[in-house]
Design a binder for this molecule. Structure first.
Ligand code: GLN
Ligand code: ZN
Length: 750
């Protein structure tokens, strides 16, 4: 017999109710009691949905007001000193101070650092620990939510983030090693588990997603004992140990399966290797068969076939928590009907699990199964998806597609001659402030309250204004400002074939923030130019050089829901050719510098190092397909941000962009250390100030930074620019900052 389980459900609300409640609470418009009421209603509705759709093991404590790692910081009482926590159970004030910073007269502190959760687009708050860190239960959340569910008639399986993942994701503030705190943290975990057992939890879920990463032997050797310690306090409660996002290595598997936990969850969607572990297991298996982080319907018949190999009783679930899926396809109004039939959001994934269960256990749900089969077949054959010309084109990738005409040195000589830029040329990353008037005009145009002509006129005026500002500032290479773009991926997606958009496909990104990724459902091509109109218009307004602005193939891939019927590499190559067409058209229309942004190159790295090289090879090639079509005279720029680039610097160089602008100012040019070992060969603009803060940097700071940079990089190859686009900034601070920046470049030239 098989049973169904969830290992986590989205919490922001089917209509983003929690987002709205949180933001109103932060503004002071609703009381804490009202916020709590909304949260309780959401939790109840989520449990109800799971129950109604046949889930046997429903999760609790997967709700969060902000982030499950922050919840764990509170549960363990690991609040950093600067938040002046009084040591009682952590209240919402302290909680949100850690999440968002606080600016009251009693407490003036910044937020905890935030970073990406494995290779998803979800961000967690990073715990800060020290050598003499103490832990004690300092929140009642898992206990309260378990009781709340019980009182509402739901028997749940509380989830908590496991100790090894918690410690390894934490950062040490004193150079000690966080994993050394394991002995200190375990007693608190044991107490938590004991309490949950006393409350009557039949199952307790311990999440250890870090188990899928490359763990060193020291850590691996601690796994069995850690799990046994936890289990020893659980009484008759059963422990489900969950891993997800990838397979676990054999050495990790051996430890986990040798421990006393009752059940183990394995991701069978991403974790190919996990399939080796599912036969004759000594544990109850929880098999993640339905993709928890994509929006495609599962091929249920195929899953049933695969599960035939497992002989014992087992649990089926989504591959990872459904946190990474949108809520409910029934709410969807925008996706065309034919494509909608291919999709499944969180609620539909519950239904898939139930169909699997009914069929495997009782031979039932045959109609739903054949309906599923029909939809899967329909998608395979659909004319909407398949474009032979596109498929043929990606087979033509060869050296001449991938390589510029001449090597960088030769191109650089030609370009220096024709552009005649001063030393330390100044530029920006592309966008200028997207002020209220810009967003309003766009919204009005969408609603039909502003005609297309009026909207275009408005954009033209904005663009001209921005060009004049840059001329006045004396910026050497100018940009058009990107006012016509809502978002750097959506704008391109809307103009490419093979993409569609949802009305309801929101996924939590961090706190109250959600993203609504485009869906890449079919072969990608570019029917018409996408940016030529604005770049050309801008270039016509000025005698300075205007840099064209594009988003690169990997970033478009990374920030979308990607089709699962072909390798990501192939989809990336198709997008790359579409961008290549655009690059070619820009060049034909007199654009002499073209920037192809790839801020997401780093975050696409696979979780396991063994897979890095392969990914880097095809992603670098995708960029080169986009860029290499131009003549030597045309200068290709790229831009990267939000990441540590140290470990992929050689691949960044392999992009062979003539110029890269790169975020470094927050890490105070730490990147430059990398250049001591690796000589970056082409031109580079290390960001000289942080655009994420309204603070205006002064000239001398920037001069210092560039001077430092010029110790590692030939000044002839250095550019001066901010570290990212300016769209989130206001105009006054933007102008002030750029004025200082231009002055800094001038001083250096002197
Ligand atoms: N050209 C984009 C901009 O300036 C780059 C954005 C990014 O790097 N995220 O907004
Ligand atoms: Zn950026």
């Amino acid at each position: 017999m098989i049973t169904t389980a969830t290992i986590g459900y989205p919490r922001i609300g089917p209509k983003r109710e929690l987002k709205k409640a949180l933001e109103s609470f932060w503004k002071g418009d609703v009381s804490e009691a009202e916020l709590q009421k909304t949260a309780a209603e959401l939790r109840k509705s989520v449990w109800q949905v799971q129950k109604d759709n046949g889930i046997d093991l429903i999760t609790s404590n997967d709700f969060s007001f902000y982030d499950q790692v922050l919840d764990m910081i509170c549960l363990l009482g690991a609040v950093p000193e600067r938040y002046k926590w009084n040591g009682d159970d952590v209240n919402l004030n302290t909680y949100f101070a850690m999440a968002r910073g606080s600016q009251t007269k009693d407490l003036d502190v910044g937020a905890l650092e935030m970073t990406k959760w494995f290779d998803t687009n979800y961000h967690y708050l990073v715990p800060e620990l020290k050598k003499d860190q103490n832990f004690k239960i300092s929140s009642q959340k898992p206990f309260d939510e378990f009781n709340e569910a019980k009182n509402a008639g739901f028997e749940t399986k509380p989830v908590i983030l496991g100790p090894i993942t918690f410690l390894l994701l934490a950062k040490s503030i004193d150079g000690s090693s966080t994993i050394d705190l394991l002995d200190k943290i375990l007693p608190v975990y044991k107490e938590i588990v004991k309490k949950l057992n006393e409350l009557g939890a039949k199952w307790i879920q311990i999440d250890e997603p870090i188990f899928v990463k490359d763990l060193n032997d020291g850590v691996v050797s601690k796994i069995k004992n850690t799990l046994n310690e936890i289990k020893s306090s659980a009484g008759e409660s059963k422990i489900l140990l969950t891993t997800y996002f990838e397979s676990i290595d054999k050495k990790v598997k051996d430890e986990v399966f040798a421990s006393n936990v009752d059940a183990v969850h394995l991701d069978l969607v991403r974790g190919e290797k996990n399939k080796d572990y599912i036969k004759n297991s000594n544990k109850t298996l929880s098999l993640g068969v339905v993709n928890g982080r994509n929006i495609w319907k599962s091929d249920l018949s195929k899953i049933i076939d695969e599960l035939k190999e497992v002989s014992d009783d087992f649990i089926i679930s989504s591959s990872c928590p459904l946190l990474h899926s949108p809520y409910d396809l029934d709410l969807e109004t925008k996706v065309p009907g034919e494509i909608k039939k291919w999709l499944a959001f969180a609620k539909q994934k519950l239904q898939e699990l139930n169909i699997l269960k009914e069929n495997i256990n009782h031979g039932k749900a045959k109609d739903q199964l054949s309906e599923n089969k029909a939809d899967i077949e329909d998608r395979k054959k659909s004319k909407l998806i398949h474009d032979e010309a596109v498929k043929t084109r990606v087979k033509t990738i060869n050296d001449s597609v991938l390589n510029r005409v001449s090597k960088y040195e030769e191109r650089a000589n030609i370009q220096r001659e024709i552009f005649n830029l001063p030393l330390y040329p100044t530029t920006t990353i592309g966008s200028f402030p997207q002020t209220k008037d810009v967003r309003q005009a766009r919204a009005k145009n969408r609603r039909g309250e502003l005609s297309n002509e009026e909207y275009e006129k408005f954009l033209e005026e904005k663009t001209i204004e921005t060009i004049r500002q840059q001329e006045e500032l004396g910026i050497d290479v100018i940009v058009h400002g990107e006012f016509e773009r809502n978002d750097m991926v959506e704008y391109f997606g809307e103009n490419l074939k093979g993409f569609t958009f949802t009305s309801s496909g929101f996924v939590q990104s961090y706190g109250s923030r959600c993203v609504k990724p485009p869906i890449i459902f079919g072969d990608v091509s570019r029917p018409n130019p996408m940016t030529v109109r604005w770049s050309k218009f801008a270039q016509e307004q000025t005698s300075s050089i205007v840099k064209g602005m594009l988003t690169g193939p990997i970033t478009i891939l990374q920030w979308s829901f990607v089709r699962d019927d072909q390798p990501r590499q192939t989809t990336a190559e198709q997008i790359a050719f579409a961008i290549r067409d655009e690059v070619e058209d820009l060049e034909k229309n007199g654009i002499r510098m073209i920037q192809i942004d790839e801020p997401a190159l780093r975050e696409g790295l696979p979780l396991k190092r063994d897979d890095w090289n392969q990914y880097l090879k095809w992603s670098v090639n995708a960029f080169r397909i986009s860029a290499a079509v131009v003549k030597d005279e045309t200068q290709i720029h790229t831009h990267m941000c939000y990441a540590e680039f140290e470990d992929i610097i050689e691949s960044i160089a392999a992009l062979d962009a003539d110029v890269i602008s790169i975020e470094t100012s927050r890490s105070r040019m730490e990147l430059l250390k990398t250049f001591e070992q690796f000589k970056y060969p082409n031109e580079i603009g290390p960001g000289v100030y942080d655009i994420h803060s309204p603070r205006v940097p002064n000239k001398s700071e920037m001069v210092e930074l560039i001077k430092k940079a010029s110790k590692q990089i030939d000044p002839k190859r250095l550019w001066v620019n901010p570290d990212c686009g300016l769209k989130t900034r206001g105009w006054p601070e933007t102008l002030d900052a750029l004025k200082e920046m231009v002055a800094a470049a001038k001083e250096l030239r002197g």
